[in-house]
Design a binder for this molecule. Sequence first.
Ligand SMILES: C=C(CC[C@@H](C)[C@H]1CC[C@H]2C3=CC[C@H]4[C@H](C)[C@@H](O)CC[C@]4(C)[C@H]3CC[C@]12C)C(C)C
Ligand code: SAM
Length: 355
Amino acid sequence: MDSLTLFCTASLVAGGLYWFICILGSAERKGKRAVNLSGGSIAKENVQDKYEQYWTFFRRPKEIETAEKVPAFVDTFYNLVTDIYEWGWGQSFHFSPAIPGKSHRDATRLHEEMAVDLLNVKPGSRILDAGCGVGGPMRAIAAHSGANVVGITINEYQVKRARLHNKKAGLEKQCEVVCGNFLEMPFEDNSFDGAYSIEATCHAPKLEEVYSEIYRVMKPGSLYVSYEWVTTELYRGEDAEHVEVIQGIERGDALPGLRHYTDIAEVAKKVGFEVVQEKDLAKPPSNPWWTRLKMGRFAYWRNHVMITVLAWVGIAPKGVVDVHEMLFVTADYLTRGGETGIFTPMHMILCRKPE
Ligand SMILES: C=C(CC[C@@H](C)[C@H]1CC[C@H]2C3=CC[C@H]4[C@H](C)[C@@H](O)CC[C@]4(C)[C@H]3CC[C@]12C)C(C)C
Ligand SMILES: C[S@@+](CC[C@H](N)C(=O)[O-])C[C@H]1O[C@@H](n2cnc3c(N)ncnc32)[C@H](O)[C@@H]1O
């Protein structure tokens, strides 16, 4: 073999390996490959239209103020983004503070385990995950605590994905997934030994509605912990840059309107909870949660090229390219929100339903 042939063969093998490991990603770990990106429950040919429909909510802001329209708008959003999230981020759809010397995966798991540790539940108890996504937190929490977790999500496609992952992890007996609206849950009063929500209640048009529903299904004396997306004490409504960043976050994340951190405890008390603890988990000594977003910049470009090619050859739905671009822009707004300190995705509140 002459050196040119050797060089070409080596380049092809290296390129192939890079393609398989870095571009297609390890489906075993993340659960998704680029070639399987879909529009969730939306038919392939309708993805582009649904993406355009998603934006009409923001062109007519009155629409998203109408509470009954929000779940449908959020459902459309998760049909569009769920596969991209799983492929590019993993099975837990939330942020966590970076931990030096630990992988993103470990930092994510620790952030999830902390939530259930705060609930003080015994193995075998029944806890609620309000807005469970594809169940990354649910599986970590069930495995760590021995509790039985019931998750609810508005998105049917996420239910399918979560059940599949639960089965693969051998946790289907401990983890149940229900498709429904957390503003009117199909659960009995006083039927849970604890509840948590991770970066999910920000989608509720009125926080009272979801908090009072969670309160209703919890047993007296049990605890509820939530990681909330809020603006912080540094946010100034008269600062045009602050407004731009917060609006950018709302538009790219299907939020009917971000709340100020002071609203959270106020609403919790209004629906009857006792507030046990409240803390922004992003504050020092925690390390920035947004560094993971910043570090991904090269990967985002690579992903964009990949998705564009897949859509062009007809493997991925056409609209997925626009959805990916929207997420790309959103990542930048989120990073600016974190760097300026005007936004946090982990304002933790721990509440008790009185005896
Ligand atoms: C809690 C919510 C979601 C939080 C995060 C899980 C997601 C917010 C922004 C998402 C992403 C942005 C950029 C994408 C990138 C361009 C792509 O190539 C790979 C996936 C991203 C990294 C994607 C992953 C999930 C997020 C970080 C909200 C909705 C309330
Ligand atoms: C950002 S994801 C977080 C998912 C999960 N907590 C995690 O950390 O991986 C938000 C979740 O809230 C769910 N959600 C939003 N609005 C909802 C509603 N009205 N009823 C039920 N689930 C809802 C979404 O379907 C999605 O699963």
